[in-house]
Design a protein. Structure first.
Length: 291
């Protein structure tokens, strides 16, 4: 028997850890590529805790691409409320329209095909193929980037990270492996105060929590990057506008008040104009509404 490589030891240890530690999440109970796509879009820049109460209602209303493609955007936006970034919902509906129009209602089964869908990038395309079709591709999110860089003991750029991640995927186990890697980064190999004492791959880690050297995690995945301010932000004001419109039509003046920007009307009106340009809000007969 040949000598077991460092990578083989890493993979075996993480698979053993994940076998008992994976979180039970509703989107992990399906291999329907549409439902996987919905979950992946919802989870972009949004915590699992916020997605959990929204996912079931959304897929209940729109269980197929055709169901969402045929629905008014406003109906989808109402169910999306609370997740933030409503452009993701608009892009998801446009992706559903493209699936129906260009792919006969069936989700593409290649990375190239997935990348033709509005709002779908490399990460999301790979996630759908790995989680719906168990294709041997790696899904590299912020957590996985952090794990890989720490294991290597040095920062790596995106292309190298993807190549490194792809090389670790155990054949035939892409679903399990990718879920484990993301959970491991979200729960043990976290950005702040990583739990190195509980790490199953500490012996293979090039950093191993050594506080005498800089954390090799990428800046976007490390502890030093501050979270964008939300209180008083344009994103907060846009969210208030969308919540108000969920309850019915509003005049511009009413919407400015709902955004809590009566003392900065020019800013509020500019944000409203942006929502209209993005197709998230319509304006007719002096009333603003969801599409």
């Amino acid at each position: 028997m040949g000598r077991v490589s460092r990578d083989e030891r890493t993979v075996a240890a993480l698979l053993a850890w994940g076998g008992a530690e994976l979180r039970d999440l509703p989107w992990r109970r399906t291999n329907d590529p549409w439902l996987v796509l919905v979950s992946e879009v919802m989870l972009q820049q949004t915590s699992v805790a916020r997605v959990l109460p929204k996912y079931g209602a959304f897929i209940g209303a729109f269980p197929t691409p055709q169901a969402l493609a045929e629905a008014p955007l406003g109906d989808a936006l109402q169910l999306w409320q609370g997740l933030g970034y409503p452009r993701r919902c608009r892009n998801l509906r446009e992706a559903a329209i493209a699936v129906v129009r260009d792919h006969g209602g069936e989700m593409p089964r290649t990375i190239e095909g997935m990348l033709t869908l509005p709002g779908v990038g490399q990460y999301t395309a790979r996630a759908v193929l790995a989680f719906a079709h168990s294709m041997d591709v790696a899904v590299v999110d912020t957590n996985v980037s952090r794990v890989l860089s720490r294991l290597a003991g040095r920062p790596m750029k995106a292309k190298e990270l993807q190549e490194r991640a792809d090389g670790l995927v155990p054949a035939g186990s892409a679903w399990e492996w990718n879920q484990i890697m993301m959970d491991f980064g979200a729960r043990l190999c976290v950005a702040r105060s990583p739990r190195c004492g509980e790490c199953p791959v500490r012996a293979q880690c090039g950093w191993a929590g050594d506080t005498t050297v800089d954390d090799p995690a990428p800046a976007s995945a490390g502890a030093s990057r501050p979270q964008a301010r939300f209180e008083g932000s344009d994103r907060q004001a846009r969210g208030r506008a969308m919540r108000a419109l969920n309850e019915g039509g509003r005049t511009r003046q009413e919407l400015v008040a709902a955004m809590a920007l009566s003392d900065d009307a020019p800013r509020a009106l500019a944000l409203i104009d942006a929502l209209v340009r993005e197709g998230l809000v319509t304006e007719e007969s002096a009333l603003l509404r969801l599409p």
